[in-house]
Design a protein around this ligand. Structure first.
Ligand SMILES: Cc1cc2nc3c(=O)[nH]c(=O)nc-3n(C[C@H](O)[C@H](O)[C@H](O)COP(=O)(O)OP(=O)(O)OC[C@H]3O[C@@H](n4cnc5c(N)ncnc54)[C@H](O)[C@@H]3O)c2cc1C
Length: 344
């Protein structure tokens, strides 16, 4: 038995950072428990399932968070390649179009059949309690910790607690336990992002993705053209993300107003070849959507061996799914380096 075999770790947040940390710790023998306020794991690695209006039993997945991965780290690339062999990841080479640039392709990777499949693959046998936010980290006997959620449920005791949630959501949990961390977390400005999801009659295009250089929309993708996606015959699915400035200016507008505005913008980009019918329109607001640039050389995670508390997330290592993966694994390594005390 190695020292990790006795370690109990509670992880708040089951997005890519929390899952990567949990997976690495579990592989070294720790007993992990993830707690996430969402309906399932994945966080911003998300696929919304929408019932096809003409057959409510037919569910159509549209990625409404992360869209495509461009791996830089060899380990992350190897994980995606393993996913291709196992059927939950695939390369995607979208054609970029629009009047802003010469037509070109940009290779990347996606989850199959949706981006959330990447989180499902990472989760595997890891225990995840879903549906309630953690509201407090509380001291327990022998220097351990417990987690209390919104329904009053208590998880633990844990020897280590990891916070893998966006900074504004981590800060209140650390206010009294790590005031300096809480203050640093409050200073991280995550950018919100309004996202339009649509299903329409499909109209052929000579592009798969647009990245408009001006106007409210910053990204438009024909979601059904990603590998392994399903759309009824003759239908197409769209994801249109508003840019940072437009989202900020309309952050607190009603969903109806934002949906109208983004749909109008999408149609302006598609004109004159407009779909004859729109079968579904909805919007999602990511309040803590996109992380700012990191300071070069900054640590990829925060770890305090004295208290047994750690923090990870995309915003400590970059601003994408790979950054979250790197941060979660960096924290798992830091935790594994600390010997477990006799009381643990
Ligand atoms: C619109 C959009 C498009 C993007 N496009 C791309 C892209 O194309 N490529 C790319 O690589 N990246 C993209 N990103 C960024 C990428 O999605 C994130 O960097 C990454 O998913 C972050 O992972 P994370 O684990 O750090 O955080 P999250 O995914 O945010 O996970 C945090 C988890 O914590 C949970 N949580 C929060 N508070 C609590 C609490 N109190 N108690 C319990 N649980 C809690 C949340 O429910 C969530 O599941 C995009 C993001 C957005 C919003």
């Amino acid at each position: 038995m190695n020292s990790m075999d006795r370690l109990r770790v509670g992880i708040v947040g089951a997005g890519m950072a929390g899952l990567a940390c949990a997976q690495a710790l579990a592989q070294s023998g720790a007993k992990v428990q993830l707690v996430d306020k969402g309906r399932g794991p994945g966080g911003r690695l998300a696929t919304r399932r929408i019932a096809w209006p003409e057959d409510p039993n037919l569910m159509i997945g549209i990625d409404h968070g992360a869209q495509i991965l461009h791996p830089r780290d060899e380990g992350f690339r190897a994980w995606l390649s393993a996913g291709e062999a196992q059927g939950w990841a695939a390369p995607w080479v979208p054609r970029l179009g629009g009047p802003w640039q010469a037509p070109r392709e940009r290779a990347g990777w996606v989850g199959v059949p949706g981006m959330s499949a990447l989180a499902q693959a990472m989760r595997r046998d890891l225990p995840v309690a879903s549906g309630q936010p953690v509201l407090a980290i509380e001291p327990a006997e022998g220097g351990a910790w417990t987690l209390r959620d919104g329904a009053g449920m208590v998880f633990g005791p844990f020897d280590r607690v990891v916070l893998a949630v966006p900074p504004a959501q981590a800060a209140p949990l650390l206010e009294t336990l790590q005031p300096a961390w809480a203050s640093a977390l409050r200073a991280v400005e995550m950018r919100p992002c309004w996202t339009l999801l649509a299903i329409s009659e499909d109209v052929p295009r000579d592009w798969d993705v647009l990245e408009p250089e001006t106007g409210p929309l910053a990204w438009v993708a024909r979601n059904h053209l990603k590998p392994g996606r399903m759309a009824p015959p003759g239908a197409g699915t769209w994801v249109a993300q508003a840019g940072a400035a437009w989202t900020q200016a309309h952050r607190d507008d009603s969903k109806e107003a934002v949906q109208d505005a983004l749909h109008t913008e999408l149609q302006a980009l598609l004109a004159p070849q407009l779909p004859a019918a729109w079968h579904h329109l909805s919007v999602h607001r990511w309040l803590y959507g996109l992380a700012p640039a990191i300071t070069p050389g900054a640590p990829r995670c925060w770890w305090d061996a004295g208290s047994g508390l750690g923090v990870c997330g995309d915003y400590l290592a970059g601003s994408d799914v790979e950054a979250a993966w790197l941060s979660g694994r960096a924290l798992a390594r830091s935790i594994a380096l600390e010997p477990v005390s006799a009381s643990a």
